[in-house]
Design a protein around this ligand. Structure first.
Ligand SMILES: Cc1cc2nc3c(=O)[nH]c(=O)nc-3n(C[C@H](O)[C@H](O)[C@H](O)COP(=O)(O)OP(=O)(O)OC[C@H]3O[C@@H](n4cnc5c(N)ncnc54)[C@H](O)[C@@H]3O)c2cc1C
Length: 402
């Protein structure tokens, strides 16, 4: 098969977009195949952590992202009954990163920014309404079949990256296990313009409760005037119709933040939450990244960031292989590095975050709250804690794997 130093990416979600940009920037030709007609703008991830901003900085986009989002230098851990437990000040990371804060910006806007940047590259092609259906590995390359409005079309490339989300067609082709579990309860995301900051909330808040924890954060919204998203667990017995009813949503919001007037709810979204990691990220010339490789609950805002970290690692290695003749063993290193941190950090931390917020045992919940208070009052402890929460430790761990 003819080698033309080209990579195909299945899926133009935020992770596929970033993979394409880094490859195009390095000088590798990229074809991005995406099933949908346009970037989906439903409410999903909205948090960008410091190491991710450092990666975007290398591509000249950090300032653009920052100008579009909210720079959030502290976040709250709260208890629904007793209020503020701990205020985490990310400023303690000032010596560790140029970006000692979280950036709140919706993921579809990040995709849009990358999409605009990619227009500058002649070695990049985005083909929408192209659904990857079939993959075959041939001598020295990959054959990808995509369903298009004009029938099935074949594409050939040196490598294929599956960035096609939690239900990845590429992962199915690779026939790898997606090990883990699915939570019984679905997560409800309610969006309102009501300004919780007036009541002392930070722009990001994790609020524990044995009956109904919630997470509350502010993102810029459609017209950049600011909207708040509240994430709640739901009872598996309740129907979607009931969960989405005005009455049920109003009573959930009033239950956690009572006020005189009803809330203006502008969006409601219910989704199934999984904790899974693919058992392999590589099969020959086919690779996985982002949600195609790992999925997790959103508490801590890490999943999408992890996907971004995957593709920066992977595409830098592909660049070395395709342009400098480096050994393909680098792709096994990608698998070892990124799968290990997905298991050690992403899964462990996100599961632990949820467990702490829903803890039903009064004694251990109190002990955990005391532990958090001890952490924030000790500069060395809070520094160590936030290095992990801000995902700096995960990147360091990845680099330690050789
Ligand atoms: C409803 C929902 C709400 C979420 N909320 C949060 C949240 O509040 N906080 C948080 O941190 N995370 C949240 N997440 C997770 C976060 O959105 C993901 O981690 C993130 O989208 C991962 O990006 P990705 O590019 O890997 O995958 P995706 O964003 O899923 O992108 C995959 C892309 O591949 C395309 N595609 C799929 N199959 C094919 C195919 N066969 N051929 C071609 N293209 C294909 C899809 O159309 C899509 O554009 C949420 C996820 C969902 C589904």
């Amino acid at each position: 098969m003819k080698k033309n130093k080209e990579v195909i990416i299945s899926g133009a979600g935020p992770v596929g977009y970033l993979a394409a940009l880094n490859l195009a920037n390095i000088g590798v030709s990229v074809t991005l195949l995406e099933v949908t007609e346009k970037i989906a703008d439903d409410p999903r991830a909205g948090t960008i952590h410091p190491p991710t901003l450092e990666m975007f900085d290398k591509l000249g986009l950090a300032d653009t992202l920052i100008s579009r989002g909210y720079v959030v230098s502290n976040y709250h851990y709260r208890d629904r009954k007793t209020g503020l437990i701990a205020n985490f000040d990310l400023g303690v990371l000032a010596d560790d990163t140029r970006y000692p804060f979280r950036l709140m910006l919706e993921q579809h806007k990040v995709s849009g920014i990358i999409d605009s940047e990619l227009k500058k590259f002649k070695n990049f092609k985005l083909l929408r309404q192209h659904k990857v259906k079939n993959v075959q590995q041939e001598e020295g390359g990959v054959l990808v079949e995509a369903e298009t409005p004009n029938g099935v079309t074949e594409f050939r490339s040196d490598y294929l990256i599956g960035c096609d989300g939690g239900k990845s067609a590429v992962r199915r082709y690779m026939n790898v296990e997606f090990k883990g579990f699915t939570f019984e309860e679905r997560f409800l995301v309610v969006t309102t313009p009501y300004d919780f900051a007036e009541s002392g909330y930070a722009f990001t808040n994790y609020i524990s409760d044995p009956k109904e924890w919630c997470a509350l954060f502010k993102v810029p919204g459609k017209d950049d005037s600011g909207i708040w998203r509240v994430v709640f667990p739901t009872d598996p017995e309740q129907t979607e119709e009931y969960i989405f009813s005005d009455l049920a949503i109003e009573s959930r919001l009033q239950g956690f933040h009572p006020k005189k007037d009803p809330f203006n709810v502008i969006h409601r979204n219910l989704y199934v939450v999984h904790q899974r990691v693919a058992s392999r990220y590589r099969d020959g010339r086919v690779l996985l990244a982002g949600d195609a490789a790992h999925v997790n609950n959103p508490l801590g805002g890490m999943g999408l960031n992890f996907g971004f970290h995957d593709v920066i690692n992977l595409t830098n290695k592909l660049g070395k292989i395709l342009l400098n003749g480096a050994d393909e063993g680098l792709l096994d290193l990608y698998d070892r590095q990124r799968r290990t941190v997905a298991e050690e950090y992403l899964q462990r931390q996100s599961i632990e975050n949820k467990r702490n917020m829903e803890n039903k045992d009064d004694k251990s919940r109190e002990a955990f709250h005391k532990e958090l208070q001890a952490i924030v009052s000790d500069p060395a402890k809070v520094h160590q804690y936030l290095r992990r929460a801000a995902m700096l430790e995960g990147i360091e761990r990845e680099r330690s794997i050789t």
